[in-house]
Design a protein around this ligand. Sequence first.
Ligand code: CA
Length: 433
Amino acid sequence: MTRLNETHDAARRSLVASANEPGTDFPIQNLPFGMFSTATDPTPRPGVALGDQIVDLGRLQQSGAFSGKADAAARAAAQGPGLDELMALGNGAASELRAQLSALLSEESTKAPDVMKALVPMSEARMHLPSTVRNFTDFLTSSFHFTRLRPDGQLSRTFMGLPIAYHSRASSVRLSGDVVRPHAISERDGDLGFAPSTQLDYELEVGIWVGPGNALGDPIRIEDAADRIFGFCLLNDWSVRDAQWFESQPLGPFLAKSVSTTISPWIVTEEALRPYRTAAFRRAETDLKPLPHLLDPRDQAEGGLDVELTASLLTPAMRARGLTAEPLTRTNARHLYWTFAQMLTHHSSNGCNMLSGDLLGSGTVSGPTDGSRACLAEMNGKGTATISLSNGEERVWLEDGDEVILTGRATREGHASIGFGTAAGKVQPATRY
Ligand code: CA
């Protein structure tokens, strides 16, 4: 595994005790970036998650804690309104900032009093979208998701030839919260109607945050693409299946996907995830090979990501009885057929300009086993089967009051285990139209 440094050192401990507790998503080896505010200071500002605390990046910068490129990166982050300016600087600048943060926040910190003054308890903070999300594109890159929902169960030449995607809706990307059941045009028993959707679904995905963009007409090359990705989050691409089945003839989904997208608030950086890199998905010998402009030896060697992903369901009945959410999906980002670098390269290969802070969805991260099916449509055979829950309840699709909670965790022997936080959304009843 290449390009590891002392920020990845599993032995490094933080001066913030909660960051040293086993099981925390945010040990000192993680240091994800996000935007937060507090009741006393409601302006969103950049922060870094550490244990159960947020490091106020601007406050630490103003104390004179940073130097050189790291100081410039911290000032860029503080420009707002999101982290777009930091993301635009490139991963070299983010890496300098990470290196100085890691030292400042460690047990050996030479500026512990300044760090302590910059801490805000997560419980007192409100999180905001980490970038302005000017564009959101959703891919379809799990071969297991694709084949389970295809009538013939086969990969198409298009799926094998390019990372399939559609331009989705940026304005309805949200952090954890409520999702109101939408009205939708659908066909039931041969009749067309417009009514509250009865086939609301989730899709467990990885979100990809674009770092430095490209000028219109100047594609990103595959060998440069990994360094153009700033980091990753969790993403639930809520899907309105009854709308989707009817409207996607012949174009792709429209209102089925723009209802809302829920993401986790912290951007786990490309650098933080380096220890958990793995080889790209191994294609069957009979599959089409990626075309040369999508093929890079380094990307093939380490373009995959070994991150465990879970989607859990908390029903109103579970909530009433004090039960914990039940995992419905346990999968791993390494099951994706295309790498993140290939997605970004393909997206810009016609010269389309990517912008810093753009969001890409990986597509539903389904794996080969039944337990790794990453949406209800795969579990219920497109609505033909019932899903049994361990408390005796049953589901076909999501019901009002159901909450879907996504989590993600990277673990590898010899390295600290890091997490993504959560992306949770609770279904609210349809409003009167
Ligand atoms: Ca999707």
